[in-house]
Design a protein around this ligand. Structure first.
Ligand SMILES: C[S@@+](CC[C@H](N)C(=O)[O-])C[C@H]1O[C@@H](n2cnc3c(N)ncnc32)[C@H](O)[C@@H]1O
Length: 186
């Protein structure tokens, strides 16, 4: 099973209809669509991206799939997520997904980076509800990707016992594979 499929398989087991979730790196909306299918029309999604073009593409993607889940599209960096998500939902979010790197076929300079990713991950922990998951898929093949993956893993390893950490690093692959850091709040 591909790593992206493993991520979705895990999230599918955790997320239920009616849950509130966050897509921290919306891009073309493939993960947003997946999250919408998990939470259904009774759920809520908060979808962040620094590129308006990405949010537009994701909106079209969901419209083409006739998705009726309420999505709040947020044109801002995920490092500001605490101020964009209503206080009443702090501690109530079931899953937060990060898909690090740049949007394929666009400007490779607009990429996630540790100086904003790490504050966003810290903020994410305070949004999660008990039993919720923070999932980070870190691509390592582009400039800065390896450093970012390493800094996320180093940060995850400092977390205390309220969190279960699972790190999946595919072995024996010829190309730089993505790595998956999965943090579960107990
Ligand atoms: C690998 S792509 C995400 C792909 C996406 N999950 C999809 O299904 O198409 C990474 C995205 O993160 C966005 N990004 C970069 N820095 C960001 C930040 N500080 N906050 C939110 N999004 C950011 C980029 O604009 C890009 O669209």
């Amino acid at each position: 099973m591909r790593l992206t499929e493993q991520v979705h398989h895990h999230l599918q087991k955790i997320i239920q209809h009616g849950d509130s979730v966050v897509d921290a790196t919306t891009g073309n909306g493939h993960d947003t669509l997946f999250l919408a299918e998990c939470v259904g029309k009774a759920g809520k999604i908060f979808a962040f991206d620094v590129q308006q073009q990405a949010l537009q593409s994701a909106q079209n993607h969901l419209r083409n799939h006739h998705i009726t889940t309420p999505v709040t599209w947020i044109h801002a960096g995920h490092e500001h997520m605490l101020k964009h998500i209503p206080q009443t939902l702090h501690g109530q979010i079931k899953a937060i997904t990060f898909n690090l790197g740049y949007l394929p076929h666009t400007d490779k300079n607009i990429t996630t980076c540790p100086s904003t990713t790490l504050p966003a991950l810290k903020a994410s922990l305070s949004l999660l509800k008990s039993g919720g998951t923070l999932s980070i898929l870190a691509y390592t093949g582009h400039d800065g990707g390896r450093d970012e993956a390493e800094s996320v893993k180093a940060w995850a390893e400092t977390l205390h016992s309220d969190f279960d950490i699972h790190i999946t690093v595919p072995q024996n692959t010829k190309f730089s594979p993505p790595e998956w850091i999965c943090i579960q709040k107990s």
